[in-house]
Design a protein. Structure first.
Lengths: 251, 301
């Protein structure tokens, strides 16, 4: 099946340390795919290795049928891969509109940038009312909105989100989730890393569970949802000792 | 002792203007490349020598000499980064390694300049013998020269132009963005190498302009940049590394402190040679009390 994005048998880490082993994930157009797992399980490392922010030791990255392994981040953006990091995901010394300008950096032509800007302010009206506010002065929820908007203005076909709900109270968290639904309905594939397993799976089609740098489980969001994700069970999950979940497959 | 305060204030503006032009490049490259480039002093010196050379050879006046010197020294700054610091940083050099390399580069440049040109001071008055740059006018209590007016004008023009570049242009916003978060800049599709290269070009070019004014106001010799590098660093640090607006405020604060300090030195009967000590004092106090400098006041940079 022609997934728009696939990372195959990824081994990644930092320096000489391999943190993520043999993980394969993929996403179809208009699909939300969740990557969940405990702290330090390698979720961020997996996303970073796709863009080249972490070291890729092995594996391939396929986008729209083409092998793009080892691509530089700015090339990835121009191809249509958007990335929102877990921390420091806005430029605090730039205003909202300047942050969006940076997201639109590769768009050619003033008119298209302006059109993109207008579209973003329709999608994120809460940003449109405070265009000249410094990003560093925004609330946590507004900041996450801006971080996603900065990536969205480049009109990515695949959006990689690293913990967009982290430390948000339920109301802004739900607002982010509904934005993600809209983005998905517009055809963008979303790969979301989250600690908030329930919320992430509630809007996802499929999910992967990472433990200790390997994929412990994967499957339909609904079936993963049925798993017992109590903290003890979650943290105690052994890479291979799973009874209920589906084992991870490589395609 | 009778102090001519208007003159002290005016001199402070002149001194601050020189330090500002000298420090902008340092603070921007420091903010982007994360190390203090000590060879910035030699960019200043090169500016003085190159402008002297082109003015002499091509019989240019101040403004065209300034433009050509900006371009040549800018290109040298770019080459230094591209040829030395970037490969070192790619190879894993940390801030200390890069700083030591910049000190070494500074030494090499300084002594090469001395060997290639001369250690004997040169004077712009030799190339521009008929110029009115140095003649004094008296306005009320003030005694001023055209050179000083040009220097103040250059600093004001620089402040306005840099401000417009940083807030109005795409590349200027990218400089601020890259300085604050290079990884996110990359993830936004910004080619951060080009941003860094351009900043080294502009930074070295501006240093050269400071060198022209310093050289025209005093003398041109291989230590021209080294003579003022301490207050230039003090401006960058008091202003907050990478913070352009902070450096404007810091330049004039240090200019004022230095000129008032000179009065104080005279009053207690000490040599005005100690004036560099004032910038040093500000540098040390800033590093101890508020290492981030004035940055908190100027979040936008
Ligand atoms: N830049 C880095 N250099 C070296 N090791 C790192 C780096 N970043 C993360 N690590 C290590 O890699 C491991 C996995 O980290 P990673 O950030 O990928 O986990 P995560 O699943 O995203 O965790 P969290 O839910 O806390 O964000 C951790 O042991 C961490 O200490
Ligand atoms: Mg993480």
């Amino acid at each position: 099946m022609g997934a728009i994005f696939a990372a195959e048998k990824i081994a990644a880490g930092y320096g000489d340390v391999v943190i993520v082993h043999d993980i394969s994930i993929n996403a179809d157009e208009g699909e939300i795919v969740a990557i969940v797992g405990p702290n330090g399980s390698g979720k961020s490392t997996l996303l970073k290795s796709i863009l080249g922010f972490a070291r890729l030791f092995g594996g391939r990255i396929i986008y729209q049928g083409k092998d793009i392994t080892g691509i530089t981040p700015d090339r990835a953006v121009s191809l249509g891969i958007g990335y929102v990091p877990q921390i420091n995901n806005v430029f605090p010394n730039l205003t909202i509109s300047e942050n969006l300008d940076m997201g639109a950096y590769q768009i050619k032509g003033k008119a298209s940038i302006k059109a993109g800007m207008t579209e973003i302010y329709v999608m994120f009206p809460e940003l449109g009312t405070r265009k000249n506010a410094l990003a560093g002065n925004l609330s946590g929820g507004e900041r996450q909105m801006l971080a996603i908007a900065r990536a969205m203005i480049a009109q990515p076909k695949v959006l990689l989100l690293d913990e967009p709900l982290a430390s948000l109270s339920p109301k802004p968290a739900n607002a982010i989730l509904s934005k993600m639904q809209k983005i998905k309905e517009a055809g963008t594939a979303i790969i979301i890393v989250e600690q908030n397993v329930k919320k992430a799976l509630s809007i996802s089609n499929r999910g992967y569970v990472l433990v200790n740098g390997t994929c412990a489980m994967e499957g339909e969001a609904a079936s993963l949802f049925a798993e017992d994700f109590s903290k003890e069970r979650f943290l105690g999950l052994e890479a291979r000792g799973i009874d209920k979940g589906l084992p991870c497959v490589h395609n | 002792m009778i102090v001519n305060w208007p003159q002290v204030l005016f001199n402070s503006v002149v001194t601050g203007s020189l330090y500002l032009i000298g420090a902008v490049g340092l603070t921007l490259t420091y903010g982007l490349s994360n190390f203090p480039n000590f060879a910035h002093a030699e960019f200043i010196t090169l500016g003085a020598f190159i402008s002297y050379g082109v003015a002499h050879q091509l019989e240019l006046s101040l403004l065209p000499a300034l433009i050509i010197t900006f371009l040549i020294t800018g290109a040298i700054g770019f080459l230094c980064y591209r040829g030395i610091f970037q490969p070192l940083a790619r190879g894993g050099a940390n801030m200390i390694h890069l700083m030591v390399a910049s000190i070494a580069l500074g030494f090499i440049l300084r002594y090469s300049i001395g060997a290639a040109w001369s250690w004997k001071p040169l004077y712009f008055s030799n190339v521009w013998p008929l110029s009115s740059l140095w003649s004094h006018h008296d306005i009320g209590l003030l005694s001023i020269t055209n050179l000083w007016l040009w220097l103040i004008f250059a600093a004001v023009a620089l402040s306005v132009i840099m401000h417009l570049i940083l807030v109005k242009t795409k590349i200027g916003k990218a400089i601020r963005a890259t300085s604050s978060n290079p990884e996110l800049a990359l993830a936004s599709g910004i080619n951060i190498n080009r941003v860094i290269w351009l900043t080294w070009f502009i930074g070295a070019g501006l240093a050269a302009i400071a060198g022209i004014f310093r050289g025209a106001d005093t003398q041109i010799w291989p230590m021209t940049g080294w003579d003022i590098i301490l207050p230039v660093f003090a401006v960058a640090i008091l202003g907050g590394i990478g913070n352009y607006y902070g450096s404007i405020a810091a330049a004039y604060i240090i200019g004022l402190a230095e000129n008032i300090g000179v009065i104080a030195l005279l009053a207690v009967g000490l040599s005005t040679e100690y004036r560099v000590g004032i910038a040093f004092l500000i540098l040390i106090v800033t590093l101890i009390a508020k290492p981030q400098g004035l940055a908190m006041l100027f979040r936008k940079a």
